[in-house]
Design a protein around this ligand. Structure first.
Ligand code: ATP
Ligand code: MG
Length: 580
């Protein structure tokens, strides 16, 4: 077994020594009671029944003890099953929480390259198979092993020779399991892989449903899914065939062989005159209970394989390290930003930003323009601290951005993203986002962001439940919500990424006025395709393929002969003229 996975599974057990020990103790008592049963029957047969000794009070005592063992083993089994299952469920619930919290803390860099369906599968399916392993290990395998050992001890006390015959069953079963694993192992791994694949298909289809339907891709997606589904069916059937063919009948054969050998050995004892009928009876009883846990254990072995794979994946996910967090809690004061020689690449082989130098004094308004893919959103991502910057530097307030704690950063730097995110919940929850925001700031932000008409229009105002992902809102309405959300925290730096692209001109103008009003207190960086939005900027920066191609005031940029900005402006002016 992989040492790391072992640690993942065993560590939580160590943290609950008390419950675990109580469960083990209960298990031992229950097993002892169960093993005692046949022993008592043997005493009854050999000491009372066969010699014709009918001492009634002794027999009555024997019967009472027998009943007691049945009761104790019954209650004990129930308690230990509950305790073990409880431990297993608790451990997995904790693990799931831990994995999800970990995923939330992983840097954007990690999320960029991971497939969401697979991550989903890690959190749900993989922890589920670890749960199965735990439950079956604790309540079946451990119990089974203890019972087997208990029965062997019981047998040894009765007749060592016969016990050795029964012991022969164990290597036979081990060989059987080995062969079984050889045949079923690949199928088991297949089932796993297919299930993860299915998850990827499903989450991709659900996320892109409107596009799939619009492009008539549903049939194709359905077909691809059913192929994976059929593959899973086949793999599962292969498992059933091997286990059905193999395990039960083969097991029965082994146990019948052992029984026959026992009777043979017992027969020689009879001839030798040393046999006691009660012993044979007890052995037959024991043997019946012996094969059950053995079968149980062997059948659980496929679980063991899948759980190992799952455990390894969960472990690897947990090994992904979160970004080293800055420690600086000193709040940002005046929010001046200095970007020094900043170069950045998502992937080593493709540089997205080249050697940027930008100086933004406090309260200034910077406009960012540039073609699709020129690196505007990337620059904003870096200003949010989503990615480590290297080489180069981003300083805020004269302090390196990454030295600030995450809480400090998110408190002071607000983003209104290109694609607004709406979470499941009420409008109020979407605006407050579990932050510490006063009602006054909230109301002010709603007015600034021109969200008031929407609030009034909704049936329950701020407490209206929004559809998943804001699917019952227009794109412009989602942008207004994102804007109010950012403004509510009263940030020192506000980043707008095409935040007004989907708004009508009038609403945009009102927002423009609101931004003008906070200008001076808040450092603004605004990405815009519509140049009218950034005309008033203190500096306009035009990015081309990650380089700063032009920079300056609106009027100055217009005077550059053959300048890109001037051309862009001209196009848009013509467009406006045309539409007029
Ligand atoms: P738009 O105007 O379309 O929003 P943009 O200027 O915001 O464009 P960016 O999103 O910054 O462009 O992308 C700049 C470049 O970085 C693009 O070439 C894009 O392919 C690449 N890129 C963006 N995000 C990632 C990512 N998460 N991983 C890898 N490459 C990325
Ligand atoms: Mg962008």
């Amino acid at each position: 077994m992989n040492k790391a996975v072992f640690k993942l599974l065993v560590d939580p057990l160590k943290q609950r020594p008390k419950v675990f020990l109580i469960a083990i103790a209960t298990l031992l008592v229950a097993t002892a009671a169960e093993v005692a049963g046949p022993f008592l029957v043997k005493i009854f047969i050999d000491d009372y029944l066969v010699p014709g000794n009918y001492a009634s009070h002794l027999i009555a005592t024997l019967a009472a003890v027998y009943v007691a063992t049945v009761v104790v083993s019954g209650i004990g089994s129930y308690i230990q099953f509950r305790l073990f299952s409880g431990i297993a469920l608790r451990i997995i619930a904790d693990l799931r929480k831990k994995v999800f919290a970990h995923v939330l803390s992983l840097p954007m860099r990690w999320h960029d390259t991971s497939i969401s369906g697979q991550t989903l599968s890690r959190i749900t399916n993989d922890t589920e198979s670890l749960l199965e392993l735990y439950v079956s290990f604790l309540s079946s395998i451990l119990t089974g092993l203890v019972l087997i050992i208990g029965i062997l001890i019981g047998m040894a006390l009765l007749d060592v020779q016969l016990m050795l015959v029964a012991l022969g069953m164990i290597p036979a079963v081990l060989v059987l399991v080995y062969v079984y694993q050889k045949f079923s192992g690949k199928a088991v791994a297949d089932v796993r892989a297919r299930r993860a694949e299915q998850n990827v298909h499903i989450s991709e289809a659900i996320n892109g449903m409107s596009v799939l339907q619009a492009m008539h891709q549903t049939q194709r997606y359905g077909d691809a899914f059913s192929k994976v589904n059929e593959g899973q069916y086949d793999a599962r059937m292969r498992i059933i065939r091997t286990s059905g063919l193999f395990l039960r009948p083969a097991m029965d054969m082994i146990s019948t062989t052992v029984l026959a050998t026992m009777i043979l050995v017992f027969g020689f004892d009879v001839i030798g005159g040393v046999a006691e009928v009660g012993v044979l009876y007890a052995f037959v009883m024991y043997l019946g209970r012996f094969s059950e846990p053995l079968i149980e254990i062997t059948q659980r072995f496929s679980l063991f394989q899948t759980a190992m794979v799952a455990g390894e994946r969960v472990y690897n996910l947990l090994q992904q390290t979160a970004e080293d967090e800055g420690k600086d809690e000193q709040p940002i004061q005046d929010a001046s930003i200095t970007i020094n020689q900043l170069t950045f690449a998502y992937k080593a082989d493709r540089t997205v930003l080249h050697n940027l130098d930008i100086d933004i004094p406090q309260g200034k308004f910077i406009g960012l323009v540039g073609r699709t893919g020129s690196g505007k959103s990337t620059l904003l991502n870096l200003l949010l601290g989503h990615y480590p910057v290297q080489p180069g530097q981003i300083m805020i307030d004269g302090r390196p951005l990454n030295s600030l704690s995450e809480a400090n950063r998110t408190q002071s730097i607000g983003l209104i993203p290109q694609e607004p995110f709406i979470k499941v919940g009420t409008l109020r929850e979407n605006l407050v986002m579990d932050r510490d925001i006063s009602e006054a700031s909230l109301q002010k932000a709603i007015d600034q962001a021109q969200l008031r008409p929407l609030v009034n229009q909704l049936a329950n105002g701020l407490d209206t439940e929004l559809g998943e992902g804001g699917s019952d809102l227009s794109t412009g309405q989602r942008q207004l919500i994102a804007m109010a959300r950012a403004l509510a925290a009263e940030p020192k730096v506000l980043l707008l990424d095409e935040a007004t692209a989907s708004l009508d001109s009038q609403t945009e103008m009102l927002i423009q006025q609101a931004l003008d009003a906070i200008k001076g207190e808040v450092t603004l960086i605004v990405v815009a395709h519509r140049l009218s939005t950034i005309r008033q900027a203190d500096e306009i920066i035009l990015l081309a393929d990650g380089h700063i191609a032009e920079r300056g005031l609106h009027q100055d940029l217009l005077t550059i002969p053959n300048g890109r900005y001037a051309k862009l402006y001209q196009y848009q002016a013509e467009e406006v003229e045309l539409s007029a």
